[in-house]
Design a protein around this ligand. Structure first.
Ligand SMILES: NC(=O)C1=CN([C@@H]2O[C@H](COP(=O)(O)OP(=O)(O)OC[C@H]3O[C@@H](n4cnc5c(N)ncnc54)[C@H](O)[C@@H]3O)[C@@H](O)[C@H]2O)C=CC1
Ligand SMILES: O=C(O)C(=O)Cc1ccc(O)cc1
Length: 304
């Protein structure tokens, strides 16, 4: 499917009348802020199972209405955005299905995309358009207070419309993310999950592992780790502070792709382990030279 254009909409016209965001955490609240601040939607409301999150979202003025009642939030919405952990999608899909009117667009922000098609798709009535999405932008923080409107600026947003997805719905969701500041890329859900397994999921798993390993060290070494934690290790601790429920759900719902890439990673790690053991300096240096070139290539591509 070719990328959706933005011919049907202009930068000044409101794109949506009423947007209902389910899950007003880091991503939901960032999108709610962007939709309002950048004039993308007339009214943004939210549903969250946490009454505290609803109260906070109202107190911060992020949404016009906040409720724990899904039906109240979804009534009259032309766009519904699911921004809850991926593991909740089946239950949320089942709950929202009967509440959706023909013509409504449903999208999500989940970090795994085959799960959206599998868990949300079957619950949607005919005439409701599903356009799964993943803003590749975030932080290690959670909750409505952690969000900010500019989170998506200069970042990618990947959309994974199923075959035969409604073209107009795809155009509108594409335009929403474009106006929020992102560059939209369209790909197949399976491909998305394989790419993100290496670029996002494995790095988080490595961070969770290394910080766990450091914290299992004997007490005296551990205190040194904290005292001298700088550079690389400090970056790992930031990533390892990411939301435990969200990341549990990512790994459980992208199991095959993560296990496959983990297998390859383990083999490559073992090769480096051997090189260190046998003093193969040339092999180590060659490897590090290649990875340095990759990093520089990424930076150059960003600046181009
Ligand atoms: N945190 C990040 O950096 C990024 C996260 N994502 C995806 O965004 C989604 C949300 O993540 P965050 O905003 O970080 O999480 P968060 O923990 O900040 O917010 C999640 C919200 O969903 C609510 N919630 C949970 N289960 C619910 C249910 N069954 N019904 C209604 N509300 C429910 C929680 O009360 C909470 O307010 C996840 O699917 C995640 O994979 C995507 C890109 C980046
Ligand atoms: O905080 C970071 O470094 C991230 O990597 C944020 C992030 C987390 C999950 C996603 O699906 C996308 C982006």
């Amino acid at each position: 499917m070719p990328p959706a254009g933005s011919s049907a909409v202009t930068d000044t016209a409101l794109l949506f009348d009423r947007v209902a965001i389910v899950g007003i955490g880091l991503i939901g609240s960032s999108l709610a802020r962007a939709l309002t601040e950048y004039g993308i939607a007339r009214k943004v409301v939210c549903a969250d199972r946490s009454a505290d999150a609803c109260a906070k979202a109202l107190e911060l003025g992020i949404v016009a209405e906040a409720t724990t009642d899904l039906a109240a939030a979804l009534a009259g919405a032309d766009l519904v955005v699911l921004a809850t952990p991926v593991g909740s999608f089946a239950a949320v899909g089942e709950a929202i299905g009967p509440l959706l009117k023909k013509g409504t667009i449903v999208t999500d922000v989940g970090s795994v995309k085959q799960a959206t098609l599998r868990d949300i798709g079957p619950h949607l009535p005919d005439g409701v358009h599903l356009i799964p999405g993943h803003p590749v932008a975030g932080t290690e923080h959670s909750g409505p207070e952690a969000g900010f409107a500019s989170l998506f600026q200069g970042r990618w947003c990947i959309l994974t419309p199923p075959p035969g997805a409604d073209r107009h719905a795809l155009e509108r969701v594409t335009e929403m993310w474009r106006r929020a500041g992102s560059t939209v890329e369209i790909m197949d859900a399976n491909h998305h999950d394989r790419v993100l397994a290496i670029t996002s999921h494995l790095p988080h798993l490595i961070a969770y592992t290394i910080v766990g390993t450091a914290s299992d060290l004997e007490e005296d070494t551990k205190s040194e780790v904290i005292k001298f934690s700088a550079g690389g290790f400090r970056d790992f601790t930031r990533i390892a502070a990411s939301d435990p429920v969200m990341w549990r759900d990512v790994f459980l719902n992208n199991r095959e792709a993560v296990l496959e890439i983990l297998q390859r990673f383990t083999e490559d790690l073992t090769a480096l382990q051997r090189a260190i053991r046998w003093g193969e300096g040339e092999q180590l240096q060659d490897h590090f030279t290649k990875t340095r070139a990759i990093r520089r290539g990424i930076i150059d591509a960003k600046q181009a």
